[in-house]
Design a protein around this ligand. Sequence first.
Ligand code: NAP
Length: 270
Amino acid sequence: MNFTNKTVIITGASAGIGKVLAIKLAQQGANLVLAARNKTSLETTARECIQKGGQAIAVPTDVTNSEACQKLIEASLAAFGAIDCLVNNAGIGMSVRFDEIKDLSIFEKIMKVNYLGSVYCTYYALPHLKNSRGLLVAISSLTGKTGVPTRSGYAASKHALQGFFDSLRVELRGTGVDVLVVSPGFVATDIRQRILGADGTPVKATLDNEEQKAMSAEVCVDLILKAMSDRKRELVMTLKGKLGLWLKLLAPNLIDSIAANAVSSQNAKS
Ligand SMILES: NC(=O)c1ccc[n+]([C@@H]2O[C@H](COP(=O)([O-])OP(=O)(O)OC[C@H]3O[C@@H](n4cnc5c(N)ncnc54)[C@H](OP(=O)(O)O)[C@@H]3O)[C@@H](O)[C@H]2O)c1
């Protein structure tokens, strides 16, 4: 898939992976529709995209609101006349053991952003993606493949995302619409500044030793772009992540130990 003059909607485009993806697609001459809540940051991304040679509009959107998602799709059509790709990337994380949680609404918040937001945007975009024989992308996580301590609600939301898009992929056979699920490992973004703690508010975690080795957002986005352009069904990042898929089948206790060690050696990851 070549992205020149193609219209790509990206949720969570005000920061991190979504922002880098928008800028790299702009360099290829794509039309970007940028969604997130922070209007100022979104407009900054849009300006950078235009400077890089793409067209871009900022559409402030809270993906937990289905009407806002519908308006996002309408704004995309009004600006560019078609939709070729929807990247469901908006997400929030958590870092707290289940038995230490003080505010149960954390589960609802995470599910609404990470899972339902993608369902809403996909629902309204799908008829237009069928017209263009386009591409649906979900940015999940390795935590969508296996359980991780202190990430119970996050892992649940990413497992839900995986199950939803795996099901939709089968339903969409023969329509020309492809579905790509991306599972990154640790990526060096500011997501840790926003991860929710025991009382449901951000804990403003910083990178610890292990996380200093996280993949850069640029490398992560290059891998995503290659998978998008090849219209792959799945992108699992890192050798550890790929081996983990097999290990989970062969030695699930070993995977649990790896997940436990990964989190005990670092207090805050997505
Ligand atoms: N970084 C990692 O280590 C890592 C690893 C695996 C998977 N991922 C996944 O990759 C995706 C991007 O993560 P990131 O690291 O780039 O995080 P990030 O830097 O925190 O960016 C998250 C983006 O989501 C947006 N967002 C949050 N809540 C939203 C809402 N209610 N409505 C619309 N937009 C919302 C944020 O914008 P506003 O605040 O302006 O709304 C921001 O643009 C997420 O789905 C995350 O789970 C990340």
